[in-house]
Design a protein around this ligand. Sequence first.
Ligand SMILES: *Cc1c(COP(=O)(O)O)cnc(C)c1O
Length: 347
Amino acid sequence: MSRQEQRVVDLRSDTVTRPTQRMRAAMAAAEVGDDVYGEDPTVRALEDRVAGLLGQEAGLFLPTATMANQVAIQFLVPHGSELLCADDAHVVSYEGGAAAVHGGITTRTWHSPDGFIEPATIAGMIRPGGGFALRTDAIAVEQTANLPGGIIHPLDRLTALHTVARRAGVGLHCDGARLWHAHITTGTALDVYGRLFDTVAVCLSKGLGAPAGAVLAGQHDLIADAKRLRLRAGGAMRQVGILAAAGLYALDHHLQRLADDHDHARSLANALSNAGVVDPGRVHTNIVLLNLTRTRWSGPAFAAAAAKHGILLIAIDHYHVRAVTHRDVTIEQIVHAGGVLQRLLTP
Ligand SMILES: *Cc1c(COP(=O)(O)O)cnc(C)c1O
């Protein structure tokens, strides 16, 4: 790494990771075929592997987790029905309105100030349809929950939500873009999480460091339908084993090391805790949420000031800024970033 690069610490997102030389070598060596005909052996290997990890019957490779989420939601919720999710959920806030635009789906949201799901509250929101009310057909939940700060929903709450969904006969989708991180932190097996849901979307291009790709897992009938929806969205690709190879490589070599990113996030949180902007107890994974309410900074102004010192962050609203650790930042860079941000926060 050049000194110039070392001075820029990019904590905007874990999507900024670049494929390593070894990952690129695995991509170059991948066996490929036409995946639209189901003939790409590397894609099939990745789909089977992820489905197995998640305790699901089948997997489908897609270009992005956004498309994986939307395909799942469109599978679970017919036109003119509704989806329940958190008001800061990626599926409703950051996917271009796709559920409405492509799926004809109404989204009704819950607000939880602490970011955790409340199964009883969600149960109370479900509408059976009939009469004037729209029918609720599915619930979507993030694990980890991104905007609340990468928090992990405890397994007992997810299990309770599973029971709620089953009893009401509505679908349950997991936006598991960072499910890997929950698994690494809690030690809960991926399939223990995965089996609670009808559909699970996981992302390969965030913490795992692949250049692109996501997998949607579910039962066989889901996947058959999901292929049609993926095609409709323009996501049916050809010799895409080149990308799937990066995903397989990432599962072999980059999954366990997420624990380092979590250590780095805790270090950063501890460095900033004296400034009163971070509650280290809420840093569960690789996301550090800075609450600037009681400082002289707004989120955008703080992010701009940090950027002048080479520390890249994202302001997620007027009061909050997000820092995300990932495999392309070292502990030295984290310590440096912590020092710079601490100085900016000193009145
Ligand atoms: C990033 C993210 C996605 C979308 O992932 P892409 O692969 O970038 O489309 C979905 N859900 C959550 C919670 C995310 O953080």
